[in-house]
Design a protein around this ligand. Structure first.
Ligand SMILES: [Zn+2]
Length: 232
């Protein structure tokens, strides 16, 4: 079935949808159900809901960042929404779109990118609870990785050094978007602070992850810390 999730590690599943940008949504065992990490864009909301239901149901939906490609499916998922406190206003507001600067993109993709983002969004969402560095999500803990958005977060599991990294770094060409082999700082057109992005990539590298699963493409494996440091 197209909606069956792939198990990527013990107690962690993923579905991937979207064109041209591939979007990953993750499911982390939490009690009898799963915490859903990101909701993808609006067109994949129903598939995210179906995948969560097949894994025991969504305990909550955690948004790693508030942008349309991460929150757009949230209304269809129908679970209580949690995010980092620093992104609460964005989740309940314009999804962080006020931080975008489409003028930094090449002229030929500006219009289509702006339109695509608004078609992907589901609009403002109520936040049921906020998360902070170190909070538990199943066997993982929250890591604050500000930059792409002020409350950008990842999930970290020390036992197998697995990081689910949202948009801390990008593993694709910033404009086209085509998958790339090397991690990069996310494109400044979509960042709250590109300087803070670089600091958060260094923070992620310091954890010495074995595997990073970003929100688009991936995973990043091999000498992960060195590859991340090379990006900055
Ligand atoms: Zn994204």
């Amino acid at each position: 079935m197209a909606s069956s999730p792939t198990e990527i590690a013990e107690g962690v599943w993923r579905i991937t949808r979207g064109f041209p940008l591939r979007i990953n949504v993750f499911f982390v065992r939490e009690g009898d159900g799963v915490a859903v990490f990101d909701a993808g864009h609006k067109p994949m909301g129903a598939a995210v809901r179906a995948a969560a239901d097949g894994l025991g149901g969504a305990t909550r939906l955690i948004l790693g960042n508030p942008h349309a490609d991460h929150r757009g499916g949230a209304a269809a998922v129908g679970a209580p929404i949690h995010c980092h406190a620093d992104d609460r206003a964005n989740v309940e507001g314009d999804g962080g779109a006020h931080d975008f600067d489409f003028g930094l993109l090449p002229f030929f993709v500006r219009g289509v990118t702006r339109k695509t983002f608004s078609a992907w969004d589901c609009g403002p969402l109520p936040v049921a609870g906020t998360l902070a560095e170190g909070d538990r999500v199943g066997a993982f803990e929250v890591v604050h990785l500000p930059g792409h958005s002020p409350g950008c977060i990842g999930l970290w599991r020390a036992s197998d050094r697995l990081a689910i990294t949202n948009d801390c770094f990008a593993l694709f060409h910033p404009v086209l978007p085509l998958p790339g082999r090397h991690p990069r700082v996310p494109h400044p057109a979509f960042n709250w602070s590109t300087e803070r992005c670089a600091e958060s990539i260094a923070k992620l590298a310091a954890l010495e992850p074995a595997t990073c699963w970003p929100a688009h493409y991936g995973p990043l494996t091999g000498d992960v810390a060195a590859r991340l440091r090379a990006a900055i």
